[in-house]
Design a binder for this molecule. Structure first.
Ligand code: AKG
Ligand code: FE2
Length: 277
């Protein structure tokens, strides 16, 4: 036996934070949402959150349509999407007028799919089914924000975090938020790759040294070096809520499209959940 083999079992196990974990459950319960907001969990997964027939209906309709690409300077490698997200319409720390105009086209495009149900409403209401303060689409200046987008990051998402408090100069929504989640519902997943990775690292000022060039949303992966991580392989129909202030990434897909419905979820001071995209 070589000395390497004989001492393998003596290698120190890296320390683990018991609160940095993904829980899998049959539904998004009050305890799980409160725990995610409080920092007791990093992610909550609900397999079969949207029944398979419903996933297939939305996927079949989306597959007939052309997806657009996100602004390719900021989002590189390109991510395809169907629908409008506010991140493409940020201007001077606020939201450009073009967002509201683009949302009109977005609503027409989603209505044009002719679905038998509203997938964003179904997801939103499913998340809040055991959350008495309820859920609504967030508003800005009295106007309703976008409900969600279908995103296709076949070449992955760079390491990044999402935090509306840091991304916008003032409150993004009319109601200030005391917590934030990111929601994804997977409609199509590749046979390999496409994992969502979360790191136990939140943004700190020194991290700006790792920001990728050209006003990218992403950071060099060295920014999370040494941090504990969780890798999640999405399943069709799964609903996932994460704490998006942890740095996260999506790995490139191989073999099939990776398409997810997504929106941001804020927790308002009254406890009401407010979504936007
Ligand atoms: O597609 C995913 O699994 C995560 C995408 C992401 O970055 C987010 O939802 O904030
Ligand atoms: Fe993200």
């Amino acid at each position: 036996m070589t000395s390497a083999q004989s001492t393998d079992h003596l290698l120190p196990t890296p320390p683990h934070d018991p609160f940095f974990r993904a829980v899998t459950a049959p539904a998004f319960t009050h305890e799980l949402l409160a725990g995610l907001a409080a920092g007791r969990y990093a992610a909550v997964r609900v397999p079969g959150f949207l029944p398979r027939e419903r996933c297939e209906e939305v996927l079949a309709a989306l597959k007939e349509r052309e997806f657009d690409s996100y602004g390719t300077n900021r989002i590189h490698p390109p991510v395809m999407r169907f629908g409008v997200g506010v991140s493409d319409h940020m201007a001077d720390g606020g939201v450009a007028d073009g967002y509201w105009k683009a949302l009109e086209g977005h609503r027409e495009a989603w209505q044009g799919l002719g679905l038998s149900f509203d997938p964003f409403r179904t997801c939103r209401e499913g998340i809040a089914a055991d959350w008495p303060p309820g859920v609504a689409v967030g508003r800005r200046g009295g106007r309703e924000m976008g409900e969600g987008v279908a995103r296709e990051p076949n070449q992955g998402f760079q390491v990044h975090f999402d935090d509306a408090l840091r991304e916008y100069a003032d409150d993004l929504l009319d109601t200030p938020l005391i917590g934030q989640f990111a929601f994804n519902l997977y409609l199509s997943v590749p046979p390999s790759g496409g994992e969502t990775v979360l790191w136990r690292h939140r943004w700190q000022p020194e991290d700006e040294a790792y920001r990728l060039p050209n006003a990218s949303y992403g950071y060099d992966e060295a920014v999370v070096r040494g941090a504990e991580s969780i890798e999640l392989t999405p399943e069709v129909g799964e609903g996932l809520l994460i704490d998006p202030r942890f740095f996260h990434a999506v790995r490139p897909s191989r073999g099939d499209r990776r398409i997810a419905l997504g929106f941001a979820v804020g927790v308002s001071a009254s406890g009401r959940l407010l979504t936007w995209a």
